[in-house]
Design a binder for this molecule. Structure first.
Ligand code: GUN
Length: 289
């Protein structure tokens, strides 16, 4: 059961701690892989241009790699890089035996077609899980590399002690990176899934059906406590920067927390999980190499 009678405040799903535990387990796996098969998992991170947020993310990803013993290979290309040059870079990384995972940081400059680049990454090195082959494998419930943020969402739901089987999960946001894949993973975990978006009528009423609510709309403090069914598990995928420079999620934490049985904060919830799952995917890709 999700509902905890008498509970007045939600359990806080501490993404930093859960991610740190996962990283510690991955560090052991990396050491074992090194000893048993002389493999050092390697992640190539490609950054085009100098989007400040992307630069921060890339730095965090490289540090996370070094903390668990994954080799990282950094490729920083100028903002005026052509699609052709980026495709050549991806082709080199596809061939490089030291590289088990390739991450091209998004968004790319507008001249470069993201779909072309994602499609050029070898599916077995696609640690973002964005390649159409991996997206298709997820859709039909077959093994493949899964997108990192949705994996993080599923791990937080598990940490809340909730089995999605038979529950009604409401996902708000239909992006290819979060909304659609998380809906597929919840479906695979036997939840009844409703996928909402900007044109959903009476969104509050739909959200109120959710035993599990995943907010991935990219609008600061959009989801209100009054929308949330008592005892629901709420996973906040949003990271929004406010005018004063501070960060907040897609949920109005203050009003949601008293109604939920568990909630992931933002920052400090899904964000650290995403990076840990990128490491997990890189280790998986290395094991399968
Ligand atoms: N930009 C924002 N999130 C992501 C992500 O998960 N992967 C990549 N490659 N770029 C991103």
């Amino acid at each position: 059961m999700i509902t905890r009678p008498g509970a007045t405040m939600a359990q806080i799903l501490d993404g930093k701690k859960i991610a740190a535990d996962l990283r510690a387990r991955l560090a052991v796996e990396v050491a074992t892989l090194n000893q048993s098969r002389h493999i050092v998992p390697g992640l190539a991170v490609v950054l085009v241009g100098n989007n400040p947020a992307s630069e921060v993310y890339v730095r965090m990803k490289k540090k996370a790699c070094s903390d668990v013993g994954i080799a990282s290979f950094s490729h920083e290309l100028p903002a005026d890089t052509s699609e052709e040059t980026l495709l050549e870079q991806v082709a080199l990384l596809n061939q490089d035996p030291r590289v088990h995972g390739i991450l091209v940081q998004l968004p790319l400059p507008p001249r470069i077609r993201e779909a072309q680049i994602i499609q050029a990454i070898a599916p077995e090195k696609d640690v973002d899980g964005f390649h159409p082959l991996n997206a298709g494998l997820l859709a039909i419930g077959r093994p493949g590399l899964r997108p990192c943020t949705p994996m993080g969402v599923m791990a937080l739901i598990e940490a809340a002690g909730v089995d999605p089987a038979g529950k009604h999960a409401v996902v708000i946001g239909r992006s290819n990176i979060v909304g659609k894949p998380v809906a597929m993973m919840l479906l695979q975990a036997h939840a009844t899934v409703t996928l909402c978006h900007s044109r959903t009528h009476q969104l509050e009423k739909v959200v109120a059906l959710g035993d599990i609510v995943v907010a991935a709309v990219g609008r600061p403090r959009f989801v209100q406590g009054s929308w949330i069914k008592k005892g629901a598990v709420v996973i906040d995928v949003g990271t929004n920067r406010l005018a004063d420079g501070s960060l907040c999620g897609d949920c109005d934490f203050a009003s949601v927390q008293p109604r939920a049985s568990a909630i992931s904060p933002s920052p400090g919830g899904v964000g650290p999980m995403t990076i840990a799952m990128l490491l997990a995917n890189t280790v998986q890709a290395a094991k399968q190499s």
